[in-house]
Design a protein around this ligand. Structure first.
Ligand code: GLY
Length: 561
């Protein structure tokens, strides 16, 4: 059922039929063709199909997101939110922020019990954890950059939901291990729960989701934020503690923000500004490690990792202190990424020993690993580039499925600092800057990024992974720009992650042991993690050759128009 093509293909075609053939393509080299890289082969193919019928990178990235909501329900979504970073062939750079927002009835105390203790079960699971979804509004806001009407862009996703598709072994495993949660948070029947276990090759049909997508196709934004879909969402939320209202849905707005851009060793990095911490962290980390001339070292060598971990430590301490929704706090971005500030921040770095986290910020604790969220990288044959990272937050979000509408709702409220110092599901702590307020966007780590060289797209990159996202994107850029590695090695070699708190450094299971031992001797505490992120990377060389790589850690796949 599942064919994995590890070879480099010169061309590829859309796989039509009954969606029972799942062709996972890990690596492609092409020229003058559009390419889509995403977490699922059928979603990448949906994007490529739209390119073939005259769409550009923005049509493709919207089609891929709709398709991911069907074939990759653990993170792909219409019930969550995301960020798009785009660079057009004419040089225009833009972002679309369709992050979820806190409902009007939300408050700083909403997850605190009578003694003032934070209840993370409520912020992470079930109906009170849901933020107002932004994805569908984001897709419509992208339309002005597209070539095709929404009714064509959405069609591949409708077909996938209606006809069904063969699930992979990874998906079967996830559906089986999540069954207990689906049953706990949903009392009505749904497409994801059946009596027997799911297995690879089973067909997942989502009739209710297909109907919802058709309502969006027919009524546009109102097909989601008003009318039947909105009413079904509110009915679902009201079943237990949900506070989102019809008015909240109707009032949801995307924000088009100026890109966060900075220079790095002959390249120009274009990334997401607040309310994602991703772009700021990336700028801080690259600039701080830039003080130590990383190119002198080898990828994953002791010196390189030490420098990068210490840059991560200082950047994440700033995340906790200063970052939040810029429409609600004083935005300190220019100061935080200024050379003057970062030079000063770097003064405490010492090759002889690990810096204590207490030296760079005020302490609080506790980690958790997650690989959720999902990323898409696209380039079209004209040279328009798009990077989207989108999320439900946790695996299948709040686990709540909108009965009658067939989609999962996010648990994004947990990305707020629910009580200063209490870590979220990624172990990230925050303070006042990221406290809950009605209509506010919760701080994110998503880092969709486009790197330019001579003004043209050179690299399109991003990954899921909660707080590990900025550190994985950071490593991807250093691997390409400093270590001159090819896209396959950059994506698939083992990674590491540090986030100020907890004090330890996480290493992927196949990370070089000698480096870990050296670092332990310098006072670093090491943790072994299963896997870090799923990076989707497109590299374009000076001659226009496109090298696209889908992460080997999952079913991620490349499709060519
Ligand atoms: N929910 C993960 C993020 O936004 O960073």
């Amino acid at each position: 059922m599942k064919k994995i093509l590890f070879t480099i293909l010169l061309s590829s075609s859309f796989i039509n039929a009954q969606f029972t053939d799942i062709n996972i393509v890990k690596e492609v080299k092409v020229k003058k063709k559009g390419v889509v890289v995403s977490a699922h082969p059928l979603a990448s193919e949906a994007g490529a199909k739209v390119l073939k019928i005259g769409g550009n990178a923005y049509d493709a990235i919207v089609a891929t997101q709709y398709a991911l909501a069907v074939v990759y329900p653990q993170a792909g979504n219409i019930g969550g939110g995301g960020f798009l970073v785009g660079v057009k062939k004419n040089g225009e750079k833009f972002t679309i922020d369709y992050r979820e927002t806190a409902p009007q009835k939300a408050s700083k105390e909403m997850y605190l019990d009578q003694k003032g203790n934070a209840n993370t079960d409520l912020s992470q699971n079930g109906r009170l954890a849901v933020g107002i979804p932004g994805s569908v509004a984001g897709f419509f806001a992208t339309l002005k950059h597209c070539q095709l009407p929404m009714n064509q862009i959405i069609q591949p996703a409708i077909d996938l939901a209606e006809k069904g598709f063969a699930i992979t072994e990874q998906e079967a495993g996830l559906l089986n291990s999540s069954k207990k949660y689906f049953e706990k948070y949903n009392k009505t029947s749904n497409a994801f729960v059946k009596n027997e276990n799911w297995k690879s090759g089973d067909i997942l049909i989502q009739k209710e989701l297909a109907e919802t997508l058709k309502l969006i196709q027919k009524f546009g934004l109102k097909g989601f934020y008003e009318g039947k879909t909105a009413e079904l969402m509110i009915d679902e939320l009201k079943k237990d503690k949900g506070i989102i209202t019809l008015e909240d849905l109707k009032n949801y707005k995307v924000v088009e923000r100026k890109v966060l851009e900075f220079d790095y060793k002959g390249t120009q990095i274009i990334s997401m500004p607040l309310p994602s911490s991703g772009g700021i962290l990336l700028a801080q980390m690259l600039k701080m490690s830039g003080f130590e001339n990383l190119e002198k070292y080898q990828q994953n060598s002791t010196h390189a990792v030490q420098v990068m971990v210490e840059a991560e430590r200082r950047a994440f301490a700033d995340r906790a202190e200063y970052m939040g929704d810029p429409d609600f706090i004083q935005d300190k971005t220019s100061y935080l990424i200024s050379d003057e500030y970062l030079k000063n921040r770097w003064k405490s770095f010492n090759f002889k020993k690990a810096t204590a986290s207490s030296e760079v910020g005020k302490i609080i604790n506790q980690p958790k690993e997650s690989t959720e969220t999902t990323h898409i990288s696209v380039i079209d044959k004209e040279g328009n580039a798009a990077a989207v990272t989108t999320t439900l937050n946790g695996l299948y979000g709040s686990k709540v499925i909108v009965s009658g509408a067939g989609f999962f709702l996010n648990n994004e409220m947990d990305d707020f600092s629910i009580k200063p110092g209490v870590p979220n599901m990624f172990g990230a702590v925050g303070g006042e800057a990221n406290a809950i307020q009605p209509n506010k966007r919760m701080l994110s780590s998503m880092t969709p990024t486009i790197v330019l060289k001579n003004g043209k797209p050179y690299m399109i990159v991003g990954t899921p992974g909660g707080t590990t996202i900025p550190t994985s994107v950071y490593q991807s850029i250093v691997n390409v720009v400093d270590f001159k590695l090819n896209a396959n090695i950059c994506v698939n070699s083992p990674k590491f992650h540090h986030q100020w708190l907890p004090e330890s450094v996480a290493f992927e299971k196949n990370f070089p042991e000698t480096t870990i031992k050296d670092l332990e001797n310098l006072g670093y505490k090491a943790e072994r993690w299963g896997q870090l992120g799923r990076t989707e990377m497109i590299l374009i060389d000076d001659n226009g050759n496109i090298h696209a790589v889908a992460d080997g850690r999952g079913d991620d796949s490349v499709s060519v128009e």
